[in-house]
Design a protein around this ligand. Structure first.
Ligand code: SF4
Ligand code: FES
Length: 380
């Protein structure tokens, strides 16, 4: 594949808003969040969905922030359904009332992915930075299943909950989920900012992997378990985004189109906006989408590596964050000349000589976005 012959995209991640009542410290949204006044309006989002269908996109992921913060969510879902797009709502559950879920189901929503932060209420609320979040999520799960919508539970694993990975799978079963995604934290955005507080030790990560893999067997036929292994502890990197600009598009709340959620951190890339270009033009011709297509950009050891068609050299954003150069091999790879950077980070994660620090909670603006319900921040 090359820039002249890009594959057709299959998925659109529509980040409808960056507004969110929760403050999860592992959030992969950028540190600089789009304020409400910069969000695309209803007509623009509908046009984007229509353009997505026209370029052959099949799956529409409605995300954020918290997509239920948008008052036009039902209208947007209905438009996606009219276009024949398979719609998936990725939600914290906060803001999902029974009435809203039932309207979304009527409008043609196909699937709901609900995040949980832990299986223990107090810890879950602490991680979310929102008192009562856990109880509201359980309620939201019941609204979803009562409306007959298929439910997937997402749980992000990190140091504070790594010992309860199995308990979170069991919670997902109790909530009536058909599928659960247990995903070890990826360190982008707020997750990168909080990396030192989130990174489990290798022993903790391996124990969690063993627990979840055993449940895959014992709960087979009860629930499907998707397991995203911890990146930094792996021998080879993940094939991030299934390769740069090969399968999906991300549209930010203000209409910038990105090949992945973290791409804006790579300096020198030019991102086009849906206000100025169609999705078709952006997919085929925008500089950012063509920056790392194919393998002409690759350096050694990736360039002559037999795995380059499997993992595409890993993650460009992670390569930039950890080595200062996006064209380098992802340093998670043990063949990377920069792999020692990852080894150092893991060694620091095992160093308990420093007292725990408070999380840097995700927030739109420090002075205004911390809601009254938020907990005082103190590490457990
Ligand atoms: Fe992947 Fe590059 Fe490592 Fe080969 S050298 S396994 S292509 S990251
Ligand atoms: Fe950007 Fe991996 S997150 S390429």
């Amino acid at each position: 594949m090359n820039a002249a012959d890009p594959s057709r995209p299959v998925g659109l991640l529509a980040e409808l808003t960056h507004r969110c009542p929760l403050g999860c410290p592992y959030c992969s949204n950028p540190l600089e969040l789009d304020p409400r006044q910069h969000e695309l309006d209803t007509a623009s989002w509908k046009r984007v969905f229509s353009e997505a269908a026209a370029v052959g996109i099949l799956q529409l992921h409605l995300s954020g922030g918290e997509p239920a913060s948008r008052r036009d969510l039902v209208e947007l879902v209905a438009h996606g359904a009219k276009l024949g797009l398979y719609s998936n709502l990725i939600t914290s559950g906060i803001g999902l009332t029974q009435m809203l879920v039932s309207k979304l189901a009527e409008a043609g929503l196909d699937h709901v992915q609900l995040s949980i932060q832990d299986s223990e209420p107090r810890s879950a609320d602490h991680i979310a930075g929102y008192k009562g979040a856990f109880a509201r999520k359980l309620e939201a799960a019941s609204f979803v299943t009562e409306a007959g919508l298929p439910l997937t539970v997402n749980a992000v694993i990190h140091r504070a909950n790594v010992r309860r990975a199995g308990a979170m799978v069991e919670l997902a079963v109790r909530l009536g989920a058909r599928r659960v995604e247990i995903a070890h934290t990826q360190y982008y955005g707020w997750g990168a900012k909080n990396r030192g507080l989130l990174m489990p030790s290798r022993e903790e990560a391996e124990a969690a992997i063993g627990e979840v893999e055993a449940l895959k067997t014992s709960l087979s036929g009860t629930i499907v378990i998707d397991h995203v292994a911890p990146d930094y502890h792996a021998r080879y990197p993940k094939p991030c985004m299934s390769g740069w600009a090969r399968r999906t598009l991300n549209v930010t709340p203000s209409g910038k189109v990105l090949p992945c959620h973290a791409a804006e951190l790579i300096p020198g890339l030019e991102f086009w906006n849906v206000a100025d270009h169609s999705l078709d033009e952006i997919w085929n011709h925008s500089p950012a989408f063509n920056a790392f297509r194919g393998d002409d950009w690759m350096r050694e050891p990736c360039r002559s590596c037999s795995r380059k068609t499997i993992d595409f050299g890993g993650c460009r954003c992670q390569a930039f964050m950890l080595t200062g150069e996006a064209r380098n091999a992802d340093p998670v790879c043990h063949l990377s000349p920069h792999h020692h950077v990852v080894e150092t980070i893991l060694a620091e994660a095992r160093d308990d000589t420093h007292p725990p620090q408070p999380y840097a909670y995700r927030r739109l603006r420090p002075s205004t976005a911390v809601r009254r319900e938020r907990l005082d921040i103190s590490a457990d």
